[in-house]
Design a binder for this molecule. Structure first.
Ligand code: ADP
Ligand code: MG
Length: 619
């Protein structure tokens, strides 16, 4: 072997500035990360006033001023060294993090990729110190006179790492990242005054106030006027905050704020837990507003899973999931917003049925009492059903319109829908008047009574069955989009869409996947009439991302359910008579017209006989 080669390949310890630059990549992604780290440092330093000024979306300058405890000379010099932190000392401390910072990486990382200036003064000394640090240079320090606290200037971020710099977005986009982050922090830390300037224009100046006032000032009256208080405690875990009334729900996922012991966190699972509690109250494509806090013994979770400290690992994530779900549910119930269907029977809409088959382990399945439809217990909707049972004993179907209940086992239930009360040929001809009420329900007058149909649920059922058939037989009808539709996905979604591409195609989507996170759609299933192709695709993808972790095996059902729910005509949509007729026709061509894919009822039948009985015309 060439001795030169051997020389070159000897292991060396990297110089600290290179190591820092590598590490910086994980902590500092963009100006927003600088702002987040520095503001968190100010909070950790006990500041109760923090000012942030940015120039060019923070690319040119991030300037932070706080009135916290400040640093003395020695600490200031240490602060920019990697793994220098005042916040933890022992490994045990790591189990019990109470500060925002603890990794001792932020200042070192920032110093490795910018021109950094820190001025700081403690209350113990008359003078402050000014430290200048630049990548690959010895820092300089000199005395300076100033007030107690810390001022930091981060100039020309990534000036020495062109590849990273190129990756930054426009000033406006970078500004948005920063204001988003500051908003999250300011919402939670109502005990601190925050002042935020974009160059010389004031973005906000929020004084100490109550959380509610913070919400009002930062998020506006619209939200403030429609929030409900959440206050829930269980086994030492506290869930508090505010959730929005259903009408605040938005199509985008903005307006969702989640904190763990004061730290803003991201969690698809917990976001989903909130969503589940609202499930029946929202149009499927919308997400509820929430500002929720979890206060938990720091021993019960770990924030040290990612350098940016936004992801958390809980010791028992199911437990936290259920707590959030229950807390939201309780608030909705107390405000009479919990999902409920007219009460007239004491029967639960779902029933657990034990299945025993020769040689098979015994299993339990959920069966819709009205339809006999078997709903997979492990399927996500199982958990929904459980929480209804627990928290809303009023959740009852109106059940007296279907064949009488029989006792016990699954096959009895499934036979219910085989013996449908309808006979299409004669039934359809017997329709007299059709009327849409509240742009939500369809009333059909029949020879022997009337039908009440939920238009959204009905269409959902139709689309579900059609798409399920297409998946099996690969016979979907597609229609070309007028213009190719380009959708940009984030990396997680992008990976997901690749995974479920073939299912998408089987139900009638045609698209091209580009390498940059873009998906170009050429054709969509011809059943999509509501021009919401993009929303539909996004919903399917995000449902897939959210639930695939929970239950991979339910992938097909999830896909079908989110597709049909999103593509279906909405509650609130005015329908013409022809539209209603064809909807009803298609509905009665379904194999299970009685329930939507979520197991909720699609139609209620009232016979004349029943009506007469109710009005005491007959006995
Ligand atoms: P970490 O926050 O993880 O400890 P940082 O690199 O962010 O690491 O900061 C290093 C140390 O510098 C902190 O532990 C703290 O002692 C000190 N420090 C940073 N910013 C401030 C500030 N604004 N006021 C007082 N001390 C600070
Ligand atoms: Mg820090």
């Amino acid at each position: 072997m060439n001795s030169n080669f051997q020389e070159q390949n000897r292991i060396k310890i990297l110089p600290e500035y290179i190591a820092n630059q590598i590490a910086a990549g994980e902590v500092v992604q963009r100006p927003e990360s600088v702002v987040k780290e520095l503001v968190e440092n100010s909070l950790d330093a006990g500041a109760d006033t923090i000012a942030v000024v940015i120039h060019n979306g923070g690319k040119k300058l991030v300037h932070i001023v706080d009135n916290g405890c400040g640093m003395g000379k020695e600490d200031l010099l240490l602060s920019i060294r990697r793994h220098a932190t005042s916040k933890i000392i022992t490994a045990e401390d790591l189990e019990e993090i109470k500060t925002y910072g603890f990794r001792g990486e932020a200042l070192a990382s920032i110093a490795a990729v910018s021109q950094l200036e820190i001025r700081s003064k403690t209350s113990n000394s008359d003078l402050g110190w000014k430290l200048l640090a630049e990548p690959n240079k010895e820092p300089t320090i000199e005395p300076i006179s100033m007030d107690v606290g810390t001022q930091i200037f981060v100039k020309h971020l990534f000036y020495n790492v062109p590849a990273r710099k190129k990756f930054l977005k426009s000033d406006l986009t970078e500004f948005r990242y920063i204001s988003d982050t500051l908003l999250k922090i300011a919402l939670r830390r109502n005990d601190v005054r925050f002042v935020f300037y974009d160059e010389d224009s004031l973005v906000f100046d929020v004084h100490k106030s109550t959380t509610e006032e913070r919400i009002k000032v930062l998020l506006g009256d619209l939200i403030y006027d429609s929030i409900l208080k959440v206050d829930f405690e269980y086994q030492g875990v506290k869930i508090w905050g505010y959730i929005g009334q259903p009408h605040l729900a938005k199509t985008s996922r903005g307006g969702q704020y989640l904190y763990l012991n004061g730290r803003s966190i991201k969690s698809r699972a917990l976001t989903y837990a909130v969503f589940l509690a609202y499930e029946h109250l929202l149009e499927k494509q919308t997400s509820p507003f929430f500002f929720l806090n979890i206060e938990l013994d720091p021993k019960m979770f770990d924030v040290n899973v990612h350098p940016q400290k936004q992801e958390v690992k809980f010791e028992d994530d199911k437990f936290i999931f259920n707590l959030i779900n229950n807390a939201v549910n309780k608030t909705l119930t107390e405000n009479n917003l919990a999902p409920s269907i007219a009460v007239s029977s004491s029967l639960e809409p779902f029933r657990k049925v034990e299945i025993r088959e020769e040689g098979q382990p015994q299993s339990v399945q959920l069966v819709n009492r009205m339809t006999g439809e078997v709903i997979d217990e492990k399927f996500q909707f199982g958990s929904k059903i459980e929480h209804h049972n627990r928290f809303n004993s009023d959740f009852r179907g109106k059940l007296n319109y279907l064949p009488p209940q029989k006792g016990g086992n699954a096959s009895d239930y499934s036979s219910l829908f085989l013996k449908r009360t309808f006979n299409e040929d004669t039934e359809l001809k017997s329709w007299k008047n059709i009327l849409q009420v509240h742009n939500k329900y369809i009333i059909v007058e029949k020879n022997d009574g009337m039908l009440l149909v939920d238009q959204h649920a009905a269409h959902e059922r139709i689309l579900y069955e059609k798409a399920a058939k297409s998946l099996e037989t690969n016979t979907a009808n597609s229609q070309q989009t007028l213009f190719p539709l380009v959708i940009q996905f984030n990396p997680v979604e992008f990976a997901a869409i690749k995974e479920i591409r073939s299912e998408f195609e089987k139900i009638g989507f045609r698209f091209e996947i580009h390498s940059n996170g873009e998906v170009e759609i050429f054709a969509v299933p011809s059943d999509i009439v509501n021009r919401e192709e993009e929303n539909i695709i996004r919903e399917i993808v995000s449902m897939y991302v959210e639930t695939s972790k929970v239950n991979q095996s339910a992938r097909r059902d999830n896909l079908l359910a989110s597709y049909s729910c999103k593509a279906a005509i909405k509650t609130g949509q005015k329908l013409t008579n022809e539209e209603m007729e064809s909807l009803l026709l298609e509905l009665f061509n379904c194999s299970i017209p009685y329930a939507c894919p979520h197991g909720r009822p699609v139609l209620i039948e009232l016979t004349l006989e029943e009506l007469d009985k109710n009005f005491c015309r007959i006995l």
